[in-house]
Write a protein that binds this ligand. Structure first.
Ligand SMILES: [Zn+2]
Length: 311
């Protein structure tokens, strides 16, 4: 492989280096795993946290079940249960009007971004790593890391923010905090719709606005996004050669190329790194990493709490 090809990392090249059949569910008693993880965290100079949807689900921000049906009964009645079966799928409903689109998203945003306080699981996690040199790479858009004490300059939220909106066609590289608008929409919503005068319009092109979420090629990467991307690279450079831990929390296979596969690859290539993977059902790890990897399945809120009490 020449240098040019090496720069392009995708899941095939990663799986070529760590063979797919090398993945195992570790057969190590839970107590020993906690002890080992605690020791690795204590001894580490740097901690890189990689967090996906699973950590927020474990923290209580569940997208299905009662939390969905209680809050969205009006939407379920109006739109049916094909899309309106959980807050993830509901977001893909092809709302025919802007009034309906914002009727839904204002509610979704309040419930998952603005109304919840810092949740105990996140606060415990912060307490575990707060004295460390840490950085957070996350695909989550619910702002829990910011709320729980993690410094904003150490959080790279690559996929957006439920609290912000942007031009639907990304005509200019800016995002807008929509907290005030969403609260107003929530009060004014009738039959799942907001009044037409509340529909946000792009201040530059006059077109429609959309949620600041990476869902198509029009996702706005603003100045702050680029700054955080370079802080992340700086952190990786500082971490290089130092005894460090990659702490992967609730990262599944929706977007494994952002956190899951790169974390495995980094650990594979740097003997000073260890990988701790917490995941409800998908805590399998590459066996080739031997005692530099810990994969703990099951409820993460218990695992974080146990790591916290060992601290
Ligand atoms: Zn525009």
């Amino acid at each position: 492989m020449n240098q040019h090809q090496k720069q392009k990392i995708n899941h095939t090249t990663i799986l070529n280096e760590i063979l797919a059949n090398d993945y195992i569910f570790q057969d190590i008693p839970y107590k020993e795993q906690i002890k080992h993880a605690t020791a690795l965290i204590k001894e580490s100079e740097y901690i890189l946290i990689g967090a996906g949807a699973g950590i927020s689900t474990a923290a209580g921000l569940t997208y299905n079940g009662k939390r969905f049906t209680d809050n969205f009964s009006e939407f379920i009645k109006k739109y049916g249960t094909i899309y309106m079966k959980d807050m993830y799928t509901a977001g893909f409903y092809p709302f025919p009007t802007q009034e309906e689109k914002w009727g839904y998203w204002s509610k979704h945003s309040l419930l998952n971004r603005f109304l919840p306080p810092a949740l105990p699981l996140y606060k415990q996690l912060y307490d575990i790593i707060k004295e460390k040199n840490y950085f957070v790479l996350t695909t989550n858009v619910d702002h829990q890391f910011y709320k729980s004490g993690f410094e904003a300059k150490r959080i790279f939220a690559t996929q957006g923010d439920y609290g912000a909106i942007q031009c639907e066609k990304a005509c200019h590289p800016k995002i807008y905090n929509a907290k005030k608008q969403f609260y107003e929409m929530d009060k004014a919503r009738q039959n799942c719709m907001i009044p037409s005068y509340m529909v946000p319009k792009c201040p530059v092109c006059g077109g429609n606005m959309t949620m600041h979420l990476r869902s198509d090629n029009y996702f706005v990467e603003d100045e702050n996004w680029h700054n955080m991307a370079s802080h992340y690279i700086d952190f990786l450079e500082k971490m290089h050669g130092k005894k460090s831990v990659l702490l992967e929390l609730g990262v599944g296979f929706n977007t494994p190329a952002i956190i899951r596969f790169p974390f495995e690859k980094m650990t594979y290539e740097n003997s000073n790194l260890s990988l701790i993977r917490l995941n409800l059902n998908e805590a399998m790890v590459p066996e080739i990493l031997e005692d530099r990897v810990i994969g703990i399945g099951g409820d993460m809120s218990k695992t974080i709490s146990d790591l916290h009490s060992q601290k």
